[in-house]
Each structure stands twice: as structure tokens, then as C-alpha cells.
Write a protein that binds this ligand. Structure first.
Ligand code: HGY
Ligand code: MN
Ligand code: MN
Length: 432
């Protein structure tokens, strides 16, 4: 048996090839040498194409590849009878005009680790699963980590017909219509470890001259959708004092979100990322505004306070301006610590890969936070150039992408050598 090794060129060429699936025409081209931004939305034709492409690479890596009923791509390699699986995962969807590493790196590094093991004739004793979750960004239904939450039942099946997407279809309709043309596959129910490689998406590693880190925990976050109803009216004849201008009210809500996050201080953050107004004409006072609000902090109590303060601000602004307001139930995920045993295995793999051991929290959300309550979970970060992400300018040095995959491979080998990992039964919410 050879020493398994990551093929950095193969990983790079697959990342570049996958980046072309759902790539934006001309959007975000910052540098002729760098790919465009990517807009690969869940359950789209581009998503299905990406699944088929990565499934073919999974087969090359010795994995049986297929898709589950939630649109996740699942690659499996059997291990010893009765041993729990080691799961390597991330997501295949992107934000609008996102980067080529967010999600894709974790999935392709999992495939690359499987292929390195196969080529070295190295048979793990634990089964190996590589998963590309369908919808982590939450762009279609304003619910982040939606696919992994469906998988473990955190978003129950009976809610699917009531969850409406921005395109007007319900989650139930979208899932029923989505067919990537792959065999059926399922995430293994018995799990021993979950490992996710991801770009940091922030400035910590890059600003400290580091390349790689083990993640200690993932921030809490809460999102909602706000509707402000005023009165559309003539822009020329409606006196300022008589207006019920929904956009002015929305602007005050945006500033209130900013003020609340500033008052809470770092690492708390608040964002209004989506805003639509109607009817939408130069000479009409906006009668309606719809916006999303999101807060994040590793402090669960502070997250509760921020949401409460935001609702109070919305009510106040609406009352002052003679509008009605509607705040959807907050879609909340509590802060999650990651498993200390897995973190130590990652730290050992980082040192074995020739880097200084370093640990840090995650300000970004990840599917790992959904799996962590059900199986020992860990994350590995590699540096984001300039700390930029959710942008066509997201970039990670190719050698750092390969380093991340090497740390994944070394961590998997270290975990496998521990003998059967403590087995946890995932509360998989598959139908019959
Ligand atoms: O929004 C996030 O934190 C993640 O990148 N989806
Ligand atoms: Mn991501
Ligand atoms: Mn993301």
C-alpha cells in the first residue's frame, strides 16, 4: 500500500470545471486569470448538472454515487460491517454571483481524499460518505442550511407544502419536480464523524499569515422576512406629510438593524441583504417594501435580544409612518460548539501537514452546525484571500485548497486508526 496523497492538479482542475457550471456571464470578472462569479441555485438545471459532474468524479474515486430525496449528492464506499461512517461534506449551491470555493471545495476535497485512498490501495475500516448538500445558502427559500435540516428532520416534511420560495413554488413542489438523473442514494444512518473543509470567508487567517485552521464552533444566527405596507400614491401631488412611504420606513429599519449590531459590538453583526419595493416607478410613492433581516452572534441570549429589539423597531417605525408591518417567524440557529476530539485530530493533521496548529470560531454558518448535535463534527478552514467571500472576488490560493484537502485526508486516516468511532444514529428524515 502506498502513502495516499492529494493530487493538487486534479483538485484544481475539478474546481475550475465545476466553477463553469452556473457561472455568471461576465459578472464579477476581476482578473482574466480568475473565473467569473457563480450563481448555482439549488434545484436548478445548473445544480443538477453539477451533481452529475461530481457524481462522475465520485465514481472515479471508487464511490457509489447518487442523489437523495432532498437533492443532496451522496457518494458512498463500504467499510467494515457495522462500523459507523466518516462523512465528508459541504454544499454544491452558491449565493448569487458567489465564489468558486464556497461549498465546492469541501465536496471536491472529499472526493479527492476518497480517490487518493483508492489509488493508494488504502481501504478505510469505517465506511466513507461524501455529501454535496443541495441548499446551504438559503437563497431559494430564505432558510439557510435547508437541505441538511431536511435530512435530519429539523425542517419537518409536513412543512414542505407551506414553505414558499421566491419563485412562487413550494418546497414540496420543487423537490417533487427536481430530478438530477442519478440513482437513488442515502446518507448513512450510522455515523462516527462529520468533517467539513471550507474557505474561511473572513480575514482572520489571511491577516495573520496563516493558511489553515481547525474550527472551534459556529456562530448563532437568526433570519426573518419583513413586509411593510404603506400606500402607493402620486409622487407629484401627495404632500410629504400625507405619505405612507414604505421605502422610507424600510430605510429606517435598515438603519435600526445597523444601530442594534453596532450597539452589541463585535462579533455581533446585522444585515439587510434583500430589499424589494413596489409598485416601483419614478413617479409613485412606494406603497410596499419587503426586506430580509439577519443577525449573527455566538451569544444565544444576545441573539434573542437583537431579534426582540428589531421587532420593536419595526413596530415603532410602522406606527410613526402610518404603515402596517408583518414580521415572519425568525428562522433561528443557535451557536454550536464543534467536537473537541475531532478538533484535536484536525490539529494533529495540520501539524503533520507542516503547518502551525491554529483554532478559530466561524462567523459563517455551515451544514456542520446542523449535523453537530447528532455526530461528532469538525471543520477545517483554509485562508480566503483578502477575507472576501459571497462575491466573485472570493479566492483561495490553489496550494491552500490542496493543503485543506491534505488535512482532510490526514484527519480521516487518524480517525480511522482510532478503531470503531463512537457510533451515533442520525435522525434521518427520509421517506419510506
Ligand atoms: O451565510 C453563511 O454564513 C454561509 O456562507 N451560508
Ligand atoms: Mn458555504
Ligand atoms: Mn456561503
Amino acid at each position: 500500500m502506498l502513502d495516499p496523497g492529494i493530487n493538487a492538479d486534479r483538485l484544481r482542475s475539478r474546481l475550475e470545471r465545476l466553477a463553469a457550471v452556473g457561472a455568471d456571464p461576465d459578472h464579477g470578472r476581476q482578473d482574466p486569470g480568475r473565473p467569473h462569479g457563480v450563481s448555482r441555485f439549488p434545484y436548478s438545471a445548473a445544480h443538477a448538472e453539477a451533481m452529475r459532474l461530481v457524481a462522475a468524479w465520485m465514481v472515479e474515486a471508487g464511490l457509489e454515487a447518487g442523489s437523495d430525496e432532498f437533492g443532496d449528492l451522496v457518494g458512498l464506499r463500504a467499510g467494515e460491517e457495522g462500523w459507523p461512517a466518516i462523512i465528508l461534506a459541504s454544499h454544491l449551491d452558491t449565493v448569487p454571483h458567489g465564489g468558486i470555493f464556497d461549498g465546492a471545495l469541501g465536496v471536491l476535497a472529499g472526493v479527492e481524499a476518497a480517490q487518493a485512498l483508492r489509488e493508494a490501495g488504502c481501504r478505510l475500516r469505517h465506511p466513507l460518505a461524501v455529501i454535496g448538500f443541495a441548499d446551504e445558502e438559503g437563497h431559494a427559500f430564505n432558510r439557510g442550511t435547508l437541505a441538511s435540516r431536511m435530512l435530519v428532520g429539523d425542517v419537518p416534511r409536513e412543512q414542505f407544502p407551506a414553505i414558499k420560495g421566491y419563485d412562487g413554488r413550494t418546497l414540496a413542489e420543487v423537490l417533487a419536480a427536481f430530478d438530477p438523473g442519478l440513482p437513488r442514494a442515502r446518507c448513512p444512518a450510522l455515523a462516527g464523524a462529520y468533517l467539513e473543509l471550507h474557505v474561511e470567508q473572513g480575514p482572520v487567517l489571511a491577516s495573520s499569515g496563516r493558511r489553515v485552521a481547525a474550527v472551534t464552533g459556529i456562530t448563532g444566527m437568526a433570519r426573518t422576512a419583513v413586509t411593510l405596507e404603506g400606500e402607493a400614491n402620486h409622487a407629484g401631488t401627495t404632500p410629504m406629510a400625507a405619505r405612507k412611504d414604505a421605502l422610507v420606513a424600510a430605510a429606517e429599519v435598515v438603519l435600526a438593524v445597523r444601530a442594534a449590531a453596532d450597539a452589541a459590538g463585535p462579533p455581533a453583526v446585522g444585515t439587510v441583504g434583500r430589499l424589494t419595493i413596489g409598485p416601483g416607478a419614478t413617479n409613485i410613492v412606494p406603497g410596499r417594501a419587503e426586506l430580509t433581516v439577519e443577525f449573527r452572534t455566538p451569544d444565544g441570549d444576545l441573539l434573542t435580544d437583537l431579534c426582540a429589539r428589531c421587532e420593536a423597531d419595526i413596530g415603532r417605525v410602522a406606527a410613526e409612518r402610518g404603515l402596517t408591518s408583518q414580521v415572519a417567524p425568525w428562522d433561528r440557529k443557535d451557536p454550536v460548539p464543534l467536537d473537541e476530539g475531532i478538533r484535536q485530530a484536525i490539529a494533529g493533521a495540520i501539524v503533520a501537514a507542516g503547518c502551525e496548529s491554529f483554532a478559530m470560531p466561524s462567523g459563517a454558518g455551515h451544514d456542520a452546525m446542523i449535523l453537530a448535535p447528532h455526530v461528532a463534527a469538525g471543520m477545517i478552514f483554509v485562508a480566503s484571500v483578502g477575507g472576501i467571500s459571497h462575491s466573485p472576488r472570493e479566492w483561495t490560493a490553489w496550494e491552500d485548497a490542496a493543503l485543506g484537502a491534505e488535512v482532510v485526508l490526514r484527519t480521516v486516516l487518524a480517525l480511522d486508526a482510532r478503531g470503531p468511532l463512537p457510533a451515533r444514529r442520525l435522525p434521518l428524515a427520509y421517506g419510506d
